[in-house]
Design a protein around this ligand. Sequence first.
Ligand SMILES: Cc1cc2nc3c(=O)[nH]c(=O)nc-3n(C[C@H](O)[C@H](O)[C@H](O)COP(=O)(O)OP(=O)(O)OC[C@H]3O[C@@H](n4cnc5c(N)ncnc54)[C@H](O)[C@@H]3O)c2cc1C
Length: 375
Amino acid sequence: MPESLPRELIELRERAERFAVDVLIPYRDGAAAGRTAAAAQAAVREASRAAGFFGMTQPKAYGGSEAGPLALSVVRDTFAGYNTGFDRSLFGPGPGVLAGCAEPVRSRYLVPLMAGEKRSGFAFTEPDDAAHYTRAVPAGGGEYVVDGRKSYVTRGGEADFLNVLVDVPGEGRAVLVIDADAPGVCIERRFETLDGSHHAAFRFDSVRVPVDRMIGRPGEGLPRALGQIGDTRLAIAARAVGLSRWVVQHTQQHLLAPHRSGAALGQREGVRLRYADMRIRTFAARSMVYRTARLAESGANVVNEAIACKVFATEALAELVDAAMDLVGGKSLTVGHPLEALYRIARALCTAEGGADVLRLSLAKGSLDLGKGVL
Ligand SMILES: Cc1cc2nc3c(=O)[nH]c(=O)nc-3n(C[C@H](O)[C@H](O)[C@H](O)COP(=O)(O)OP(=O)(O)OC[C@H]3O[C@@H](n4cnc5c(N)ncnc54)[C@H](O)[C@@H]3O)c2cc1C
């Protein structure tokens, strides 16, 4: 629980709080004069690197500090609690599906990724009208030939290479690393989602890929991909929890302030009931995230618990923002109001890294068919 952390994590949280106040809030408020949004993101990235937060998601072998799931959850929760919008810039890219990969993928892709010299995209989601799953067929001469489409690669337009989940017919799913500029790789569409993030849809037309670009063996692709998503789901949940705390605090200030009706809104019983619900959901979501992070820290398999956290924390955030908009009233719908921005972000978080319905099905399967998960 956030209350019973070891001393070093309490100190880490205090450092993160000071960083948020001294660096993130001034950048958010434009106090660092004359910077564009992109320049502010770049400046935050450098400041986070200097303060030691950026490397927390990166292995020691690549110059990072390789923080555990609990430390990462503490920092993500803390930063999100200030709702400054710098989430993308605070942490360095982790190895993701490339963790533990062999040569030549290590030198060619993982090392430059960790050094910030190359960017990757995670190509997992297929379009609804796909004729078949993206296939990698052995072609002789030490190559696969890849055909298919991927519909939703975050920052795919800037990626130097893609980690693509493919089906090797008769052998199972695998992750193949494919250069974004390889002949036959084509960006079909670039698009932006309501949370302001940018994505690309890809087509692969007879793309020839050396067999040594496969991570592990066919059949290992899905567990690897799901393992990477599991970490990301806990990260999203920790962020959702911090944002929920921000929503509660923002609403609280509004409820305690004078209101034209004569009494502060917080004096009214109906309003109090709604406010109490916001606190209950935030308390439950935060408790779940810290318990799951502790389980992960102990080496337990937390696939089901990370799903539970992601579904609960993101849905709680979406409900909280909606309730807060009711209580704050019309001004919260103004474009540029922090609740208006959060409304869009919360909706995207509910779907990213697995929509809630599909995750519920995975959780039920994990429990009913595989006997996994704790209560
Ligand atoms: C901000 C954002 C970033 C993203 N980034 C990436 C990325 O980098 N890489 C990537 O690969 N993808 C990415 N995605 C895509 C995301 O992972 C998918 O949108 C998500 O997993 C849902 O898949 P889908 O869109 O194909 O919908 P579907 O899988 O078609 O699901 C739509 C709905 O259909 C129903 N449904 C689906 N399957 C079943 C079933 N078996 N039984 C019952 N009901 C079912 C559910 O109600 C579900 O919500 C991103 C999405 C967002 C919003």
